[in-house]
Design a protein around this ligand. Structure first.
Ligand code: NAP
Length: 317
């Protein structure tokens, strides 16, 4: 028989949103368990410098993740290294079945599983991640003032973010594997009108090169001629798709066309008692600041559900 662990609130995923929700629920004296498959902190833990989290003019992502974790633990959040395979409902319980065989049951659940960018999977990408390779223009663009940078991709995200990056960079090259952008026409027009944007068509990145500490250039291949060339850049922003991590969630939980979870303003998903926060949720921007805001709301909403269930149980006595 599988080991069952009961608690008040289960948090699936230990990114900033989940840790913040965990901090609030634990502080409200609720027995709260956060299930995280690697280390807490989510994407912020693998981000280089962060300079847009209020109160911290400069902080390393890993240090901020550690601070979030320690702060939540101080109020009693329990963090278990578990990979959640399946989420389902059992009466008032919201259940997480883990790869370890353990089953966690809580009266409320907060999903903070984030998402993953699609990676280029070329030499140098991992090595220079956070040192010139980025998946977030808002997070890292300001580090490359007056530098030449590249953006890979031809969709809405790549073209919009490339435009945003021209606020900082002296030149931004969009590297696209075809000779036509996929982005919406209005976004394309804005891009073609922007003198700081250049386009490298029919090309893919073969490798991201550096001097050991930072990115210095890219090796590109023209897919029509097979010719290779070098492009000197200080950074490369990869926007070839982003996928929310929702595979463990019920199929009938409502998602938008991009696969992101749809929530109401209580952060409640289409399944009562399951809340969502951060990057996994449908929203305008995906930043640490709004993930923690979502986590706060989700935790307060979960608390209201616990009180409602307690009132219901008291009336039955
Ligand atoms: P996307 O629309 O799927 O575009 C991905 C782009 O990356 C495509 O141009 C694709 O090339 C290219 N690509 C894919 N794999 C590649 C690889 N291995 N190497 C090189 N290039 C590769 O993704 P997205 O831009 O992230 O957008 C995701 C969703 O969010 C879309 O529905 C989009 O409309 C929406 N979105 C909307 C807005 C907005 O409305 N303002 C902003 C951002 C995102 P091909 O074109 O050749 O396939």
């Amino acid at each position: 028989m599988a080991e069952e662990i009961l608690c008040d609130v289960i948090i699936v995923g230990g990114g900033p949103g989940g840790l913040c929700a965990g901090m609030y629920s634990s502080r409200a004296n609720r027995d709260t368990i956060c299930l995280e498959k690697y280390m807490p902190g989510g994407q912020i833990a693998i981000t280089g410098e962060v300079e847009d989290y209020p109160g911290f003019e400069h902080i390393q992502g890993a240090e901020l993740a550690m601070k979030f974790t320690d702060h939540a633990k101080k109020f009693g959040l329990k963090i278990e290294m578990e990979e959640v395979e399946k989420v389902y409902c059992e009466g008032d319980y919201r259940v997480a079945k883990c790869a370890s065989g353990k089953i966690y049951k809580g009266k409320a659940m907060i999903v903070s599983t984030g998402g993953s960018p699609t990676y280029l999977k070329v030499p140098g990408e991992k090595e220079y991640s956070g040192r010139g390779v980025s998946y977030c223009a808002i997070c890292d663009g300001a580090f490359f003032k007056e530098k030449v940078i590249a953006v890979v991709g031809g969709g809405d995200a790549a073209v919009e973010e490339a435009g945003y990056l021209t606020k900082f960079a002296s030149k931004v090259y969009i590297i696209h594997r075809r000779d036509k952008l996929r982005a919406q026409k209005i976004i394309q027009k804005r891009a073609f009108d922007n003198k700081k944007l250049g386009f490298v068509w029919d090309s893919v990145v073969e490798s991201i090169n550096g001097d050991g500490t930072r990115v210095t250039d890219l090796t590109l291949k023209n897919v029509k001629t097979n010719e290779t060339s070098k492009l000197d850049v200080s950074a490369v922003f990869v926007y070839i798709g982003f996928k929310p991590n929702t595979s463990m969630l019920p199929d009938d939980m409502k998602r938008d066309e991009g696969g992101y979870l749809v929530t109401n303003f209580h952060m409640e998903t289409s399944i009562e008692g399951i809340y969502a926060c951060g990057d996994v949720r449908e929203q305008l921007v995906r930043q640490v600041t709004n993930a923690v805001g979502d986590g706060t709301t989700a935790s307060v909403a979960a608390e209201k559900r616990l009180e409602m269930l307690e009132d219901k149980a008291a009336q039955r006595i």
